[in-house]
Design a protein around this ligand. Sequence first.
Ligand SMILES: Nc1ncnc2c1ncn2[C@@H]1O[C@H](COP(=O)(O)OP(=O)(O)OP(=O)(O)O)[C@@H](O)[C@H]1O
Ligand SMILES: [Mg+2]
Length: 222
Amino acid sequence: MVLSKAQLVIIGRTRTDAFLPDRAANVRIACTIPGMSDHYKGVTLWFTGLSQSGKTTTAQLVAQKLRARGVDRLETLDGDIVRLGISRGLGFSREDRDENIRRVTLVAQLLTRNDVVTIVSAISPYREARDMARAMIGNFAEIHTKASLETCAARDTKGLYAKAMAGDLLEFTGVNDPYEAPENPELVLDTEHGTADENADRVLAWMELHGFLAPQLATAEA
Ligand SMILES: Nc1ncnc2c1ncn2[C@@H]1O[C@H](COP(=O)(O)OP(=O)(O)OP(=O)(O)O)[C@@H](O)[C@H]1O
Ligand SMILES: [Mg+2]
């Protein structure tokens, strides 16, 4: 592929690079995509899955890899953090879960339309609420982090499966509350057999394939 100078952008320079002579700076070269003002554009990557299925872990790795690719308009909305902030006080009834997702959707919509790559990680157990998010946001990928209930319960980093299975915690997704798996997600990430690193790479590959992230052409010493 022959690229004009205008199509080439240099990304990934750090603050430290700025103080180094040009030839010492490590630069990565990417191309812009027609219709893109930058080498990436706004999209919401919506991670859904059972508790402990690997949403936060994979989402954080995706964010890290994107930042390393020069994606500097990037925001993460993690279920645990959201429930301490904009959704503080909401519980886990269907009504409250829907309200939680409605709020997250509104924020993700604003960010995405301002060309921010927005990474949501929330159990978001109801198909209808996720479909609503898709319809409102537009540039959207539903990403199902998939692991069996047994695997998730064995991970149990928060001790919540143990409590729910003992009957001490009600409305816990997968145990005594429903999880409606996506029917046509953009990606299914198997977190039992695939590593978080492989899965995160699949997300970036999806973004490249669908024009949300320009492919990285080369790494060069300037
Ligand atoms: N392949 C994998 N991908 C992601 N996480 C994994 C994987 N294998 C094991 N884990 C582990 O699973 C545990 C739960 O992951 P994580 O906290 O990301 O889940 P979660 O879906 O965000 O859960 P919650 O909804 O409770 O916040 C972590 O300790 C993580 O390291
Ligand atoms: Mg999490």
